[in-house]
Design a protein around this ligand. Structure first.
Ligand code: CA
Length: 432
């Protein structure tokens, strides 16, 4: 394929929070973003199923369509006979975010010391493979490992929903059935071609799976067999997954001679109306407007097209980004996502945190701090389950209650203020 047709998976979700929707089923591992009243939505979805066409007759209708797309009768029958719908995925499809995560919370959990340390371990462990991947695709090891860390936490979070169940349900009920049918048939073809065994094909509610969290159609276009066993296996082969990620970025326009971008300092009174990822200007034009790198040094000379990014508006860190940032963006169609990968890659190379502060007096929490916050809540008698660092609805409710107890603004957000207040309260309790 010569053209890069569309970013995988997320292209559907042109809503305000594409990343969150795509990752909804494993949201709490990394993003901690939205509260979905799932039981209610599932009840609605179940009613939809009851009113609508029966699942078996839907599958029977899909059978010839699948065959026209290259799925054999034997494959279709063997892998659909025992399927039953999972209406929870329809609830995810229709879920609206109730809680928007500020970018500083998002980055605090995605790019924390733990993930930097894990990423460095992975760089060392897979050094030889990553070197060959760079040779083949011209994408550097830190970038590939950063994508891996953000997508699946280095293979720890694949998602647990069976793909065939989710995608067959989404093919028969709800919005976007045409799109999901394509993904469903492609999943059957992945199995038919022997790349990944059906029981290993689990993922997000929408069907993103494996180390790289590719949708099945993205797998078909861009996954590669790098360990040479004849199978493209993004679930059980790290070399295949790393090479497939590099192939994705290469096809999305990655250039090995460019940085993704860097943090910059704007001169006083700078007109920020020129900001925006799509407004690319030659680097020298930005220099002429008085922009410098954040350490005060000059921008690279020349015509390199770059855009000014202000993820939190005028008051926070500012960045100049190149086409490589766009390549990262195309992986998941969210600027916050691309910035997380870019920043994690820099940290893996030894870079520090952003220099400019986010415009907040209550910065976000790392995953370790989230676990600590949860332990402190449990210590005060709140029943929120295990301290797993995932800020779900129950943790947020407990935060709200404890914020009220401690005289803080009761917004349910897991930030530094409530953590510090809980630490002091625990210390004075011990002392008394
Ligand atoms: Ca392979």
């Amino acid at each position: 394929m010569k053209t890069f047709a569309r970013p995988h998976g997320a292209w559907l979700w042109r809503g305000p929070l594409p990343l969150m929707l795509r990752h909804a089923s494993r949201l709490s591992h990394t993003l901690v973003a939205i509260a979905i009243s799932l039981p209610l939505l599932t009840a609605g979805a179940n009613a939809l199923a009851a009113e609508g066409e029966g699942f078996a007759s839907c599958l029977a209708r899909l059978r010839p369509e699948a065959m026209a797309k290259g799925v054999s009768a034997a494959t279709f029958d063997a892998h659909t006979a025992a399927l039953t719908p999972d209406m929870a995925v329809i609830a995810f499809l229709d879920a609206q975010p109730e809680f928007v995560t500020p970018i500083w919370d998002y980055l605090a959990a995605l790019v924390d010391d733990e993930r930097v340390a894990d990423g460095r371990d992975m760089l060392a462990r897979w050094q030889e493979v990553l070197g060959r991947v760079e040779g083949a695709y011209r994408v550097d090891p830190a970038t590939v490992v950063a994508v891996w860390g953000v997508e699946s936490n280095f293979g720890r979070n694949f998602g647990t929903r069976p793909l065939l169940t989710s995608l067959s349900t989404l093919s028969c009920y709800g919005r976007r059935q045409d799109y999901f049918r394509g993904e469903f048939f492609t999943t059957l073809k992945i199995i038919q071609e022997g790349h990944v065994a059906p029981e290993r094909l689990t993922g997000s509610w929408a069907g993103a799976f494996g180390h790289t969290q590719f949708m099945p159609s993205t797998f078909m276009r861009l996954a590669v067999d790098f360990d040479g066993d004849g199978r493209r296996d993004l679930v059980d082969s790290v070399p295949d997954a790393l090479a497939s990620t590099a192939n994705f970025l290469k096809r999305a326009g990655w250039r090995s001679d460019l940085p993704w971008g860097f943090e910059v300092a704007l001169p006083k009174g700078f007109d920020t109306s020129v900001a925006g990822r799509r407004n690319k200007q030659p680097m020298q034009d930005w220099a002429a407007r008085g922009i410098r790198r954040i350490d005060g040094s000059a921008l690279p000379a020349g015509e390199i097209p770059a855009a000014l990014l202000l993820p939190a508006g005028q008051g926070g860190p500012a960045f100049l980004v190149t086409r490589n940032f766009d390549a990262l963006y195309s992986y998941n169609a969210a600027e916050s996502y691309a910035l997380a990968i870019a920043h994690l890659a820099d940290r893996l190379r030894g870079g520090g945190p952003f220099v400019a502060a986010w415009p907040t007096d209550d910065p976000g929490l790392s995953r370790a701090e989230r676990r600590e916050l949860q332990s402190l809540l449990i210590g005060r008698g709140y029943d929120i389950g295990e301290p797993d660092g995932m800020i779900g609805a129950r943790t947020r409710e407990a935060i709200k209650a404890v914020q009220t107890e401690l005289g803080l603004q009761a917004d349910g957000r897991a930030g530094q203020k409530v953590l510090r207040a809980l630490r002091s309260a625990a210390v004075s309790k011990e002392a008394s």
